[in-house]
Design a protein around this ligand. Structure first.
Ligand SMILES: NC(=O)c1ccc[n+]([C@@H]2O[C@H](COP(=O)([O-])OP(=O)(O)OC[C@H]3O[C@@H](n4cnc5c(N)ncnc54)[C@H](OP(=O)(O)O)[C@@H]3O)[C@@H](O)[C@H]2O)c1
Length: 340
């Protein structure tokens, strides 16, 4: 059990996203203790210790209406914290818990605040071998990487079937996927737009081959040389279509992201001529059992020293700049957000 420091009369520092009268989004760092609505809704009140910075958070911080569904909003799609009080018997005061997605930072207040009510149903105790900071560093990107790797395993993909391609590989989902695949004995190839800058980093995560993003970014032939037993894609658009076109007979491709775009400008040929499987990954609404399995995979296989090496820590008050840096391609690996 972890001590709870929060006093009900303490200020509650939060990042709040609002719209000016002309609709321009604005991010402020405020004391929200005067308004209980900023605590959100849910059966479990937590003192938030850590959150993380994901691609979606960076979109929210610039007011992207594809992510921000209600105004004003405390962003932050991840919350890692200590239970203050709980109406659900699964949780008691002092328990360390994590919630990823489930609408946090999109249609309900999220983790960029010091105190938050969260729903009990998707809430998990943090794995015993991780610190709260490490769970924050993993965040939705790490959990989504685990959901993606788990999907390959559930579809029966094995190391002896051949290489796994990982796109967006210096990003959060990509980097953690490469590492988990290495720990499971897979051989991987990484696609990146930053070969010169981060090639060594990707090799250290297990990539035996590094491929230029530009080779995947434009329209290609509908069927190409079959190379991959599996693909973990967080990029979408032409990149995903080219990856599908290079997947071997019966191979499995997971799709979770849209860093290049949400479109899928391809043909059905990989499916009908090579029996390729395309598996969608949705971390936000994943049922409890998938969440539990993903975190169990991380707990069992992730080397925390590797995670610590790729983690940058930012303080809550500096989150707006960090979001802009992520969108400008200046970050790699994972960014943990220190809240308390
Ligand atoms: N479905 C879900 O539940 C779920 C969960 C988590 C994340 N996602 C999505 O997955 C994607 C990645 O998330 P993340 O947290 O890993 O983000 P991230 O850390 O920002 O990484 C994204 C990576 O994509 C690559 N990239 C960026 N712009 C690109 C472009 N125009 N064309 C090709 N590649 C590009 C970059 O890798 P390189 O520099 O190495 O090329 C970048 O590091 C996002 O779209 C996010 O919304 C979805």
């Amino acid at each position: 059990m972890t001590p709870v420091h929060s006093d009900p009369l303490d200020p509650i520092h939060s990042v709040v996203l609002r719209q000016d009268e002309d609709g321009t989004p604005r991010t402020d760092y405020l004391d929200t203790s005067h308004d209980p609505a900023f605590l959100g809704d849910g059966d479990v009140l937590i003192e938030v210790g850590w959150s993380s910075l994901n691609y979606k958070d960076a979109m929210a911080l610039r007011g992207d209406k594809g992510v921000v569904r209600t105004w004003p909003l405390i962003p932050g799609i991840d919350a890692v914290g200590t239970v203050i009080e709980s109406a659900d018997p699964r949780f008691g005061r002092g328990d360390e818990v994590v919630l990823n997605g489930a609408g946090l930072g999109e249609n309900r207040h999220g983790g960029f605040t010091q105190r938050l009510k969260v729903p009990a149903a998707p809430l998990l105790h943090i794995p015993y071998n991780f610190s709260a900071q490490q769970v924050g560093a993993l965040g939705t990107a790490g959990y989504t990487a685990a959901l993606s790797v788990d999907a390959l395993l559930q579809q029966g993909v094995k190391p002896e079937d051949g290489e796994i391609l990982v796109t967006g590989s210096t990003g959060g989902v990509g980097a953690i996927s490469l590492h988990l695949l290495k720990q499971l004995g897979f051989t991987t190839a990484a696609v990146t737009g930053r070969v010169a800058e981060h090639g060594e980093f990707l090799r250290s995560l297990g990539a035996s081959e590094i491929l230029e993003r530009a080779e995947f970014s434009d329209a290609g032939r509908p069927l190409q040389k079959a190379r991959w037993a599996g693909v973990i894609d967080s990029v979408g658009s032409h990149t995903l279509v080219n990856a599908l076109a290079q997947t071997k007979w019966g191979g499995v491709v997971t799709a979770c992201g849209l860093a290049q775009g949400p479109d899928l400008p391809g043909t059905v040929l990989p499916f009908i001529l090579r029996g390729v499987h395309l598996v969608g990954i949705n971390s936000v609404d994943a049922p409890f059992e998938l969440r539990r399995r993903a975190w169990a995979l991380l707990s069992e296989k992730l080397d925390t020293a590797v995670l610590d090496d790729m983690t940058t820590v930012v303080n809550l008050e500096d989150i707006a700049q960090a979001g802009a840096d992520l969108m400008a391609g200046k970050l790699h690996g994972r960014t943990a957000v220190r809240i308390n």
